[in-house]
Structure formats: C-alpha cells, structure tokens
Design a protein. Structure first.
Lengths: 114, 116
C-alpha cells in the first residue's frame, strides 16, 4: 500500500513570494491533515479535512494561508505571501475515520524563506 | 485544552540498554487516544503505538512496551535492548476520541541517541 505522498520535498523562496505544497493521501483515507513543524518542536495542526470539507482550520493563518481539497482526495496548501517565520516543515497526514484513529504522515516539505 | 509534556529533551544510552521515555498529558475529554510516533533523521513521522483511554491494559510488542496510567495521566514508552537504529526523536501525542478524526496534540519530543 502506497503511503502519503508530498511534493516538493524541499523549497527555498524569497520572502513575499508565493509557495504551494501538494499532498496525496493513502488511498481510501477520507480525513486529511496539514501540520506545521518548527525546528525542535512537535507538529501543530493547521487544517483538517473530512472528505472535501474543512472541519478544523482554527490554527490556519487565513490572511496568508489557504488550502483546498477538491474531490476529497489530494490537497494543496498555499502561502501567499511567505514570511521569514513560515520557514518550517509542512507535514501532510491521512486517516480512515471509520477504522482507526492513527494518522499516517508523509515525508514533509521543508520550506526555507530567505 | 489538551497538553502533552515530555520532560526529557535528550536521552543518550549505550546499545542493549533499556530506555524509558516519559509522557504526561492533560485533557478534559473523557475518552481519548494516546500515541507514540518516531521521527528518524529522514524526517518522516512513523506511527508506533496507540492506546485508548478506556483500556489501561499495558502491552508488549517486540522490544516495545508501554505503561498507561490514567490516575497519573502518564503514558510512558520503553524500548528494551536498544539498538543504534532506534536513534530518533520520539513524540507522544494525544487526540480526542471522536468519529471522523481529530487533531493530534504533540509533545516537544525526546531525542534518543543510542551509541554503539
């Protein structure tokens, strides 16, 4: 069974530039999560989708961050414009709500904002 | 609000030693899940174990074992006969038990180094 796929793995941009991350969850997983992990810390949730619906986005900085999950499968997280403080690893995870609560994570995208 | 505390920032052991990682949590939920994840240098978070709040039976799985004590809000994780490949950051996490999934609240992580 293929795991969670994320791209790109690394991204370096200048501040004020836009950036987008893509995630394809494990096949059949209806719940998708985006987390941000700052250096030396545990991940923190940005947004959670159940199918196409964003059901928990209270931690998403909506002035510059946006996300979408069209058709309830893959998802894109966008930052526009990026700030220096956005440098972090962006992790995508998925789970199947009808079976078990554990979330399975992708390899992450390491973003560096210069 | 939920909170997870991992008081041990770094642990260093010699191969074949047993090592216990501590985790203390806070939650107002009556039912919840507790997890341990491993993050090796490659960066990918790997799911290790999950316990339900309504099941305090402690288990052993290979070299891994865990001690869940609801009375002290602790969920400690032990690796027996540690190996160099166990070197990683280990995260304890907590989520509400609800249908449809729930956010994970992570601790700060414990960096485990196993020396040959």
């Amino acid at each position: 069974e293929a795991g969670v796929v994320q791209s790109p793995r690394y991204k370096i941009i200048e501040k004020k530039q836009p950036v987008a991350f893509w995630c394809n969850p494990i096949s059949g997983h209806n719940t998708l999560y985006w987390y941000r992990q700052n250096l030396g810390q545990g991940p923190e949730l940005l947004i959670r989708y159940e199918n196409e619906e964003a059901v928990d986005d209270s931690q998403l900085p909506k002035d510059r961050f946006s996300a979408e999950r069209l058709k309830g499968v893959d998802s894109t997280l966008k930052i526009q414009p990026a700030e220096l403080g956005d440098s972090a690893v962006y992790l995508c995870a998925s789970s199947f709500s009808g079976r078990a609560p554990e979330q399975f994570f992708g390899p992450g995208t390491r973003l560096t904002v210069l | 609000a939920q909170k997870v505390t991992q008081a041990q920032t770094e642990i260093s052991v010699v191969e074949k030693e047993d090592v216990t990682l501590d985790c203390v949590y806070e939650t107002r939920d009556t039912t919840y899940y507790l997890f341990w994840y491993k993050q090796p240098p490659s960066g990918e978070l790997v799911f290790l174990i999950r316990r339900n709040s309504f099941d305090e039976q402690n288990e052993i799985s290979g070299r891994y074992s865990w001690n869940f004590q609801k009375s002290t809000s602790s969920f400690n994780f032990t690796i027996t006969a540690s190996q160099v490949v166990d070197s990683a950051v280990y995260f304890c996490a907590l989520s509400e038990a609800r249908v449809g999934g729930s956010r994970l609240t992570f601790g700060e992580g414990t960096q485990l180094t196993v020396n040959p």
